[in-house]
Design a protein around this ligand. Structure first.
Ligand SMILES: Cc1cc2nc3c(=O)[nH]c(=O)nc-3n(C[C@H](O)[C@H](O)[C@H](O)COP(=O)(O)OP(=O)(O)OC[C@H]3O[C@@H](n4cnc5c(N)ncnc54)[C@H](O)[C@@H]3O)c2cc1C
Length: 423
């Protein structure tokens, strides 16, 4: 039986701990926050039901996530409703690809050598006639994959866009937090302590053990340690490794970590159904060219809630305040619904802004693939001295990057590696 410490009680850390405990190991989780779940976090506050400030959807058929939901006996609800698109203050009809988009996908399909999205657009779509297309492509990429266009891999975007399944977006019944609770119980009910309020500052690799220094100044000792903190935390160097791991630090920097600011708005009635302004009946998603461009409802759940999504490099501006962001979201929604400023505020019951970029234990939302991500992940997939392992959403290599599925697959992989190392 090995003594193992997992750093981070997000879905990957909890899943790893649960599996290792089931295999008979002694596992302790050290978590910086006063709660588990990491980037899965529902709040209630003055909302009439819990709202997800982090992960919310199951994007299509995600096998590991769906299997875990089944084990936890949590149903999933297909999001049903209409997709709207608003550009230059006009509602666009249908989702037919125009000729420029078709040309874009054709060029992308023929691309052999990887380049950044900016480079790709400059090479094939430089002309004035493509100005609008360039803007829309970047907006599209930022909306889903949240990358910096100057760094993101065009080949990886191509893979992801090919595999995306917009028609099959599900909500776990009751939210992802139910899954977190299932995993948390699977850890603590089987003797795995979860130490909260324990931000880890240093990991010391010794000849025969690992020492982990958390804020409490207590030194935790283990045979192995698995670091599952977000890539943003690793990029910042918030955890010191001794001896230093310069190649690993370079690998963290080589990968991309994007930002998201999420808005949860609850209304007295579904303002988007009103005939006094732009009428968006049965709204599932509205995509627009507003500053906060993407908004979605909770259909088939009819609670009058809208969620706003603001993402990409713009979110890294250091001086955002909640009040300023709220005003930006309000004016974006006024534009989307083409209504007067009071129409939204007078029917708003409650709102909340979550800025993941300013979150000290995330420093962003999720990873995106750069030209050097594959090479970096290969290095990070190798255990250091058979004692130090990295896992979590950013360590996953596949077409479901930046998701709960990515975190769960990475958890399975590290558990297998540890199993093999102990045989
Ligand atoms: C706004 C937003 C929306 C998203 N939407 C979706 C979605 O709809 N569908 C989907 O599939 N995915 C979505 N994701 C991505 C998904 O949330 C993540 O991929 C997944 O939750 C990551 O899990 P993880 O365990 O790898 O990391 P985390 O959940 O971040 O867990 C890591 C843990 O490490 C802790 N930690 C950090 N620093 C330290 C330290 N020094 N010491 C100890 N502990 C530390 C953190 O507090 C955290 O609890 C979204 C993410 C965000 C931010």
């Amino acid at each position: 039986m090995a003594e193992i410490i997992v750093i981070g009680a997000g879905i990957s850390g909890l899943s790893i701990a649960r599996q290792l405990i089931q295999s008979g190991h002694a596992v302790t989780i050290l978590e910086a926050r006063d709660r588990v779940g990491g980037r899965i976090h529902a709040i209630t506050g003055n909302f009439s039901k819990p709202v997800e400030t982090g992960a919310e959807f199951i994007h299509g058929e995600q096998p590991v996530t769906l299997a875990l939901l089944k084990e936890a006996r949590i149903d999933k609800n297909l999001m049903k409703g209409k997709f709207y698109s608003i550009a230059k203050d006009e509602l666009q009809r249908g989702d037919v690809l125009d000729d420029h988009w078709k040309e874009l996908f054709s060029k992308l399909n023929k691309l052999e050598h990887d380049v950044t999205l900016t480079h790709f657009l400059q090479r094939y779509f430089a002309g004035e006639q493509y100005k609008d297309l360039r803007h829309r492509v970047i907006q599209f990429a930022e909306g889903f994959d949240i990358p910096d266009p100057d760094r993101v891999s065009s080949l990886a975007l191509r893979e992801e866009w090919k595999n995306s399944d917009d028609e099959h977006q599900y909500h776990p019944e009751g939210g992802y937090s139910k899954l977190i609770e299932f995993l948390r119980k699977g850890v603590i009910n089987n003797g795995g302590p979860i130490v909260l309020n324990a931000p880890v500052r240093e990991v010391r690799l010794k000849a025969k053990i690992v020492e982990i220094l958390a804020d409490s100044d207590k030194i935790h000792r283990a045979d192995k340690v698995i670091v599952t903190v977000p890539l943003g935390v690793l990029q910042r160097g918030s955890i010191k490794f001794s001896p230093p791991l310069p190649q690993h630090q370079a690998a963290f920097s080589a990968m991309g970590f994007g930002g998201v600011i999420k808005f949860n708005f609850e209304f007295k009635e579904p303002v988007w159904e009103s005939r006094n302004h732009r009428h968006l009946p049965d709204l599932a998603f509205a995509f627009s060219d507003a500053e906060v461009p993407t908004w979605w409802s909770q259909v088939p759940d009819r609670t009058p809630m809208l969620t706003g999504w603001f993402s990409g490099p713009r979110t890294f501006k250091p001086d955002f305040t909640s009040e300023g962001l709220y005003q930006t979201a309000l004016s974006s929604l006024q534009y989307v619904l083409r209504c007067n400023p009071n129409a939204i505020e007078s029917s708003l019951r409650h709102w909340h802004v979550t800025n993941w970029v300013q979150d000290e234990y995330a420093h962003g939302a999720y990873s995106y693939p750069t030209l050097r991500s594959n090479e970096a992940r290969k290095l990070l997939a190798q255990p250091v001295n058979d004692r130090l392992y990295f896992a979590g959403e950013a360590m996953y290599d596949g077409a479901s990057g930046g998701t709960v599925e990515a975190a769960l697959v990475s958890a399975q992989e590290v558990v297998q590696k540890i199993g093999s190392s102990l045989q």
